[in-house]
Design a protein around this ligand. Structure first.
Ligand SMILES: NC(=O)c1ccc[n+]([C@@H]2O[C@H](COP(=O)([O-])OP(=O)(O)OC[C@H]3O[C@@H](n4cnc5c(N)ncnc54)[C@H](OP(=O)(O)O)[C@@H]3O)[C@@H](O)[C@H]2O)c1
Length: 229
């Protein structure tokens, strides 16, 4: 039988795990956008899986830095949430007639920075619309994690060469020590000032973990998908 102390300890441990997951997501957004993309005010930033834990923070930091932010998400509810967060443009990539056309209409001059959470065909379409010297942070490839067939082909190399694009993959653990402490301070200040908001999508019960995972891959979560055991 669980004692009160045991329950308190395991509740504390659960909270710590949740908070460390959230920290990791925010740090991923922070370093990917600021260090890999190196965004500057006035630039146009595109992010996908934009209502997710990483994407929603990417968009909010980009707004703090004075950028125009475009987000793609997989439901109208998520699109409404992105507008609440201050994204300049948000669209439902599942219902637009053509992703290529939606991106072109949104920013006819193209994109300076692309924060990629999704990979696959989606990315090839965005990368074909980057501006000269555009920067692409390859953060995740969620569209291909669960694939059963071969990987889809990558982006057109001539586009990358002639536009002199910079494309870099990264893992958040690259940044440690002082630089990480500074990032945590910045993020904490933005959260406390209400400049960065986030949501969690909580599923109760360890036994529901497989369903929660499949739901996340289908985009059923709004905010970080968390299972409370
Ligand atoms: N590089 C790093 O250090 C690092 C660290 C943490 C996370 N990551 C990566 O960052 C990405 C985002 O993580 P997260 O924690 O923000 O995820 P999340 O909050 O769990 O959101 C995942 C979202 O991805 C979208 N998605 C799922 N399958 C998709 C598909 N086939 N095509 C397009 N979109 C799809 C869904 O949103 P829609 O409804 O909008 O489709 C889903 O809600 C993941 O790829 C993850 O692996 C990388």
């Amino acid at each position: 039988m669980a004692t009160a102390t045991h329950c308190r300890r395991s509740k504390t441990r659960r909270l710590l795990v949740v908070h460390s997951v959230q920290h990791r997501r925010r740090l991923t957004a922070y370093f990917g956008l600021l260090n890999i993309c190196g965004v500057k005010g006035g630039e146009t930033v595109m992010v996908n899986a934009a209502a997710g834990a990483v994407g929603s923070v990417v968009g909010q930091i980009a707004k703090l830095k004075g950028c125009k932010v475009v987000g793609a998400a997989g439901s109208d509810e998520k699109v409404a949430y992105l507008k609440e967060l201050g994204f300049d443009v948000a669209f439902n990539y599942k219902t637009v007639k053509s992703l290529e056309e939606a991106l072109r209409q949104t920013s006819p001059d193209g994109y300076d920075c692309y924060f990629d959470n999704v990979g696959g065909e989606f990315s090839n379409t965005v990368i074909s619309q980057m501006k000269k010297f555009g920067r692409i942070a390859i953060c995740g490839a969620i569209s291909t994690y669960n694939r059963t067939g071969p990987l889809p082909p990558g982006p057109d190399p001539e586009n990358i060469i002639y536009k002199e694009l910079h494309m870099e993959g990264f893992i958040v653990y690259r940044w440690q020590g002082e630089v990480k402490q500074q990032a945590l301070k910045d993020l904490l200040a933005w959260v406390l000032e209400g400049k960065i908001q986030y949501r969690e999508h909580v599923t109760e019960g360890f036994e529901n973990m497989p369903a929660a995972f499949m739901g996340m891959l289908k985009g059923e979560n709004l905010g970080k998908a968390i299972v409370k055991a």
